[in-house]
Design a protein around this ligand. Structure first.
Ligand code: G6P
Length: 345
């Protein structure tokens, strides 16, 4: 068959290792399509509100994009696709629908409703000419290549890259920093896989895990926790680190694993949260870009272009979940109760 593991034990591991090529293809595809990207960027700049609708992993990419726009003053509303009834769109609104498959029913139902209400729809999909792409006014493709693993990996990274690209065009910033992104991510995977395996195998013995971050680290924490739930069947919860003192901290006891995502922003605040967790006995892990968190029990620090921080972190949280699942004896390619594409409400 055309789908081969090419020597990897699972499609998921193969696809994590395809992150660099997916990133490269995503960027060159968008550069080829730059006129359309500019048109979409113009629509976003002129929109009264931007509603970002997506499910699962794609929702986390949508949240990332929403935060990028919100910090520049845009009125943006990230929406879990199945909650489309809760939001009424109007003329002047732009809806961005993000879906790897382009078939997720909740996303499709949402864009139909929002279109009727007068909004314009932009689709970002991996599958070309999927339903969601066909039903939208503007289409963008992430071009990550086919993804077999049920739990999204390289397509998440491609979504982040596409959205970072789009955001840079919205802000009329140079795209030069994306040129080396695929090489940087290739090196990061090589350098961090051993660390990710060690953490994943340690987590395999735990019943609960927290993933904490701040700012753009929050969607990465959410994706890290989702991956662990999906394939390793461990209860993992993500929280904005500052909010963790309003509840989650009550569960901390000796050895409770807490993973910090440190994108290099709000480092002092994050470090305080780490100390609060440690003071109650947590075992702490940190994934850091450029800036360290002091007092972390286990850490990896990647020195790189801070603008790529979230893109760099994505494959690491994927690897951690993968190695946790394998250590627990599960097949990460076929998680129980989950489907690659969800076409029911
Ligand atoms: C399912 C898959 C997830 C995916 C989600 C959204 O739950 O198991 O991996 O993130 O659907 O899929 P989409 O194709 O819309 O991005």
């Amino acid at each position: 068959s055309s789908a081969s593991k090419e020597g990897y034990p699972h499609f998921m591991l193969k696809e994590i290792h395809e992150n660099p090529i997916a990133i490269k293809d995503t960027i060159s595809g968008l550069l080829n399509d730059i006129d359309r990207v500019k048109e979409i960027a113009e629509e976003i700049r002129n929109a009264e509100r931007i509603i970002v609708t997506a499910a699962g992993t794609s929702y986390h990419a949508g949240l990332y994009f929403s935060l990028l726009l919100a910090r520049r003053g845009y009125t943006v509303m990230p929406l879990v696709a199945s909650e489309y009834h809760s939001v009424r769109a109007k003329k002047g609104d732009i809806v961005l629908a993000i879906s790897q498959s382009g078939e997720t029913l909740d996303v499709k139902m949402g864009i139909r409703k929002f279109k009727e209400e007068g909004a314009k729809i932009i689709a970002l999909t991996n599958v070309i000419e999927s339903d969601i792409a066909r039903e939208s006014d503007y289409k963008l493709y992430m071009r990550a290549g086919p993804e077999i693993g049920v739990a999204a990996t390289k397509t998440f990274t491609s979504e982040l890259v596409s959205l970072k690209f789009l955001h840079s065009v919205v802000e009329r910033e140079s795209l030069d920093y994306l040129e080396k992104a695929h090489e940087i991510v290739r090196n990061v995977i090589t350098e961090t896989e051993g660390f990710a395996k060690k953490i994943g195998e340690e987590l395999a013995n735990k019943n609960n895990i927290y993933y904490l971050g701040r700012g753009l680290g929050v969607p990465l924490a959410m994706e890290g926790a989702l991956k662990i739930k999906e394939i390793a069947y461990i209860h993992a919860e993500a929280y904005p680190a500052g909010e963790s003192k309003h509840g989650p901290i009550a569960l901390i006891e000796k050895g409770f694993p807490v993973i910090f995502i440190n994108t290099g922003e709000l480092v002092d605040e994050l470090e305080k949260n780490l100390q609060e967790m440690k003071a109650r006995g947590a075992t702490t892990y940190s994934i850091n870009v450029n800036e360290r968190l002091n007092f972390s029990d286990n850490e990896i620090v990647i020195k790189s272009d801070g603008r790529l921080a979230e893109i760099i972190i994505a494959p690491i949280v994927q690897l951690i979940a993968y190695y946790a699942a394998v250590r627990r004896g599960y097949d990460p390619d076929k998680p129980r109760n989950l489907a690659k594409t969800v076409t029911v409400e």
